[in-house]
Design a protein around this ligand. Structure first.
Ligand SMILES: C[S@@+](CC[C@H](N)C(=O)[O-])C[C@H]1O[C@@H](n2cnc3c(N)ncnc32)[C@H](O)[C@@H]1O
Length: 225
């Protein structure tokens, strides 16, 4: 853990250490969960089980960004948000769902939340985190977004969250399965917007930031108001 902090200091100085502590590490201390430690790709996947060259590391979204994404969904969808289901594609240890769950409870919303990840170890950790915080099971499942087994049973209206989880080929495979859904995509650290534009999505929001983790784009494939 100390090495992580040292590497951050070398790259961005104290600014990143401060932000990482308050928006990532502190969430775990406060809630007694395990979401902040990043895991490099080699420990998650072997070389034969890769679709593209994207580094499929686990790294949790920062809490300030997750809260911002909830506000954006609220701003764009208003009361219609309750007609959507929220899915974190590549949910890792589940921090996004944990914070969205807190927010929907606080705002008395009625929206279903689920998380999908290729890695069974991360899904077990996410489930455990959810039990610790809410004393009930969260909807986390091991699935490859290239071959979603739950697509038939998914709501027609979806809010999809992605924190730079995969490269272009995987994003295309995911979108191909969602062409008959009404989708809003909240894309954090949006490195690969091109496939979304190819699939007819329109960019409706763009936020920059001093670190890529702070950058957010929102896309939709349908009229939302
Ligand atoms: C950068 S982490 C994001 C974690 C979480 N969404 C968050 O924001 O806190 C990306 C995650 O995507 C997952 N992932 C990568 N490729 C995937 C695929 N084809 N299907 C499902 N999950 C995948 C990785 O296992 C990793 O946990």
């Amino acid at each position: 853990m100390l090495r992580n902090y040292y590497n951050m200091y070398k790259k961005y100085g104290f600014k990143l250490i401060y932000a990482y502590f308050f928006y990532s590490h502190f969430f775990d201390i406060k809630n007694r969960v395990d979401t902040h430690l990043w895991i490099p790709v080699d420990t998650l996947y072997d070389e034969n089980n890769r679709y593209d060259d994207h580094n499929r590391y686990y790294l949790g979204s920062w809490s300030n960004i997750i809260k911002k994404t909830y506000s954006l969904a609220d701003q764009f969808l208003g009361s219609n948000m309750d007609n959507y289901s929220f899915i974190d594609m590549g949910c890792g240890k589940g921090r996004v769902l944990l914070i969205w769950e807190q927010l929907i409870q606080k705002h008395k919303r009625n929206i279903s939340l689920s998380g999908i990840d290729l890695n069974p170890t991360l899904i077990e950790i996410a489930k455990n985190n959810h039990r610790k915080m809410f004393n009930k099971e969260g909807d986390f499942s091991v699935q490859d977004v290239c071959n979603l087994s739950s697509v038939e049973s998914m709501n027609e209206n979806l809010i999809i969250y992605m924190f730079n989880p995969f490269g272009e080929p995987v994003i295309r495979k995911m979108l191909e399965q969602l062409t008959d859904k009404k989708v809003m995509i909240i894309y954090v650290n949006p490195l690969h917007p091109e496939p979304l534009l190819e699939y007819g999505y329109e960019e409706i929001y763009d936020q920059g930031g001093w670190h890529p983790i702070l950058q957010i784009k929102v896309f939709t494939n349908h009229k939302i108001k």
